[in-house]
Design a protein around this ligand. Structure first.
Ligand code: ATP
Ligand code: MG
Length: 140
């Protein structure tokens, strides 16, 4: 077990429905700590760059439009095995496949508007944290 940090995003479908607190409670109840958090509006360029890995997928354009459709909350979560734990608490990408009690099962509207993002590896967590936060904005 190692203490890790991961990048989480509360997506526009969830901020629109005022679910930031309810989602944050799920992470805190799982033993994860918020060490940085800010509410921002992604620019088109930021959304395209953040999801560049999905550039060739048919849903890329819609996904970037969705991610810029309202405010998001970007956050750094810290804890034992934070990367895997965060993804466990989020649940499967498609809420129809997500386990009971997960954030996506409880709150996601559909496979695109699925309420949360979480880094999928240690390498991507480091890249994604740097994408949104300066070192001095993260207070552990
Ligand atoms: P995230 O990267 O947001 O944490 P994930 O790792 O579970 O989610 P990815 O495969 O990386 O899923 O897809 C990134 C995002 O693209 C998804 O969270 C979802 O918002 C959107 N997405 C994925 N698959 C589809 C699809 N088939 N149709 C529409 N949108 C999709
Ligand atoms: Mg992903």
């Amino acid at each position: 077990m190692t203490v890790e940090r991961t990048l989480s995003i509360i997506k526009p479908d969830a901020t629109r429905r005022n679910l930031t607190g309810a989602i944050n409670k799920c992470f805190e109840d799982a033993g994860l700590r918020f060490v940085a958090q800010k509410r921002i509006r992604l620019s088109a360029q930021q959304a395209e760059e953040f999801y560049a890995v999905h550039e060739e997928r048919p849903f890329y354009g819609d996904l970037c439009a969705f991610m810029t459709s309202g405010p998001v909350v970007v956050q750094v979560l810290e804890g034992e095995d934070a990367i895997a734990k965060n993804r466990e608490v989020m649940g499967a990408t498609n809420p129809d496949d997500a386990a009971d009690g997960t954030i996506r099962k409880q709150f996601a509207e559909n496979v695109e508007a699925n309420s949360v993002h979480g880094s999928d590896s240690a390498e991507n967590a480091a890249i994604e944290i740097k994408f949104f936060f300066e070192d001095d904005e993260i207070v552990g």
